[in-house]
Design a protein around this ligand. Structure first.
Ligand code: C2O
Ligand code: CU
Length: 484
């Protein structure tokens, strides 16, 4: 279907709803009908146009970087709605290749999940369109990105944040989002086109050389003494894991992957955000006017660096002692798994360099690691290397039942594993119960880690389960969980 048809079909509805606002504008929620309690949900509509563009990632004297972006912005526009709203997003594809949009972390109907061939036909190059429309059951910080040739499409800049506001948000002075990204740039500030190389695929993925926050290489961020900030961290990098150290401050984690968690200080003093993960922090700006406090990334050993400075303005403190207001977020309506009576499955993560080099099933044939690598594959889930979007399911779950899935990392590498369509509780790590049983949609496994996740299989469909290091995903670390 061409985008023209969609636009003309949709334009009337949009114009009617918006009282004549131009198509392409963000429709202010207040302009749409606010239904009475229990009536059909309020509809919030956006338009996204994926296409080639430019972005001033590094800034002068460097030239702009050629990127692929949504609405000519890197990161894409922040979409915002309220819990319980219905989100409608009219997508146009102006790229020279097919794409889709996946709503990472949102518990939505399978047909809206944005997985090519599995849940929808890809949105055709140069002019294809698709309308996504679904309810937003959970408040929190989510994001969107393509699911076609993800390593290159996301790596060239296609991603954006989706914020779903609570009906009664916690009290803060400012609500700030940092979209963390990592780019591999040439000296000319252009993106190196070596996507899909086997070196990245078999090691830590496509680590870049340029970290950006909200699409620019950061130097400092202005803050005011005494203010309380809700800081939403969103890691849209292909492969880089961040471990932010807010030296001189006491951030508290209030949500992980959009889902509220009992407020707590980050373990080891570092806020670990693996690719695709989101962490919401509450930070009281405890410094004095005029001070500068560096924020460091300390994830990779011997590669620590200063990300940016929190630059306190010279204004007098907003208040002398920290705001005395609760920071615990209201729970989302995620069904509670019955862990004691749950059925169990196991997923073994295999492959990569410096591991057992076991090989695996590839394209229906048992292959040595060497032969796998000849076909661009390097990783397995339960012994199978898969990088298409429609493999046979790894297993089928009975709708409505509780499940515990044990993930075992039998490789020498980190893997942030993501399940579509669900939030799951992380119940154990390396045999020990986790302290807060956080709800997540992406869980980071370090080498040799064993993690158990639990959830109620309440959302029917075929759901991708894959590593969110996008080069690992493209090289075999991908599967499907069927709920029927
Ligand atoms: Cu961010 Cu398949 O997902
Ligand atoms: Cu991985």
């Amino acid at each position: 279907m061409s985008i023209d048809r969609i636009v003309s079909q949709r334009r009337r509805a949009v114009l009617r709803a918006a009282g004549g606002l131009a198509v392409g504008a963000v429709i202010a929620p207040s302009l749409l009908m606010a239904p009475a309690q229990g009536a059909t949900p309020r509809v919030v509509e956006y338009r996204l146009r994926a296409g080639p563009g430019k972005a001033a990632l590094v800034g002068p004297p460097h030239s702009d970087t050629a990127v692929w972006s949504y609405n000519a912005q890197v990161p894409g526009p922040t979409l915002r709605a309220r819990q319980g709203d219905r989100l409608r997003v009219v997508v146009e594809n102006a790229l020279a290749e097919d794409t889709t949009v996946h709503w990472h972390g949102v518990r939505l109907p399978n047909a809206m999940d944005g997985v090519p061939y599995l849940t929808q036909p890809p949105i055709a190059a140069i002019g294809g369109g698709f309308v996504y429309e679904f309810d937003l059951p959970d408040a929190g910080t989510y994001w969107y990105h393509p699911h076609v040739r993800s390593s290159e499409q996301i790596g060239r800049g296609l991603s954006g944040t989706l914020i779903v506001d609570e009906h009664a948000p916690i009290r803060v002075d400012r609500d700030v989002t940092w979209v963390l990204d990592d780019w591999r740039l040439e000296r000319s500030a252009q993106i190196r086109s070596d996507f899909g190389n086997m070196m990245d695929a078999t090691h830590a993925g496509r680590l870049g050389n340029t970290v950006t926050i909200n699409g620019v290489v950061p130097d400092s961020d202005n803050v005011r003494a005494g203010e309380r900030i809700r800081l939403r961290l969103v890691n849209v990098a292909n492969a880089r894991i961040f471990a932010l150290d807010f030296a001189g401050h006491e951030p508290r984690v209030v949500a992980i992957d959009g889902q509220p968690v009992e407020p707590h200080a980050p373990e080891g003093g570092r806020v670990v955000v693996a690719p695709a993960m989101r962490v919401d922090l509450v930070i009281d700006m405890a410094g004095r006017p005029g001070e500068r406090h560096a924020v460091y990334d300390r994830y990779y050993p011997r590669q620590h660096y200063r990300v940016l400075d929190l630059a306190y303005t010279n204004e007098p403190p907003l208040r002398e002692s920290p705001l005395d207001a609760p920071i615990r977020l209201p729970a989302n309506p995620v069904p509670e798994p019955d862990v004691a009576n749950a059925k169990r499955h196991r997923v073994l993560l295999g492959g990569g360099m410096m591991g057992r080099m076991m090989g695996g099933m590839t394209g229906g044939r048992m292959m040595s690691m060497r032969d796998m690598m000849g076909r661009g594959m390097a990783w397995t889930l339960n012994g199978v290397a898969e990088n298409g979007h429609t493999p046979a399911p790894m297993f089928t779950l009975a709708r409505g039942r509780s499940y515990v899935i044990e993930l075992v990392n039998d490789t020498a590498w980190d893997h942030p594993m993501h399940l579509h369509g669900y939030a799951f509780r992380v119940v154990t790590r390396n045999g020990a119960p986790t302290r807060r049983r956080p709800w997540q949609d992406t869980v980071l496994l370090s080498p040799e880690d064993r993690v158990e996740i639990a959830f109620v299989a309440d959302n029917p469909g075929d759901w991708m389960f894959h590593c969110h290091i996008l080069e690992h995903m493209a090289a075999g670390m991908m599967g499907i969980v069927r709920v029927a």
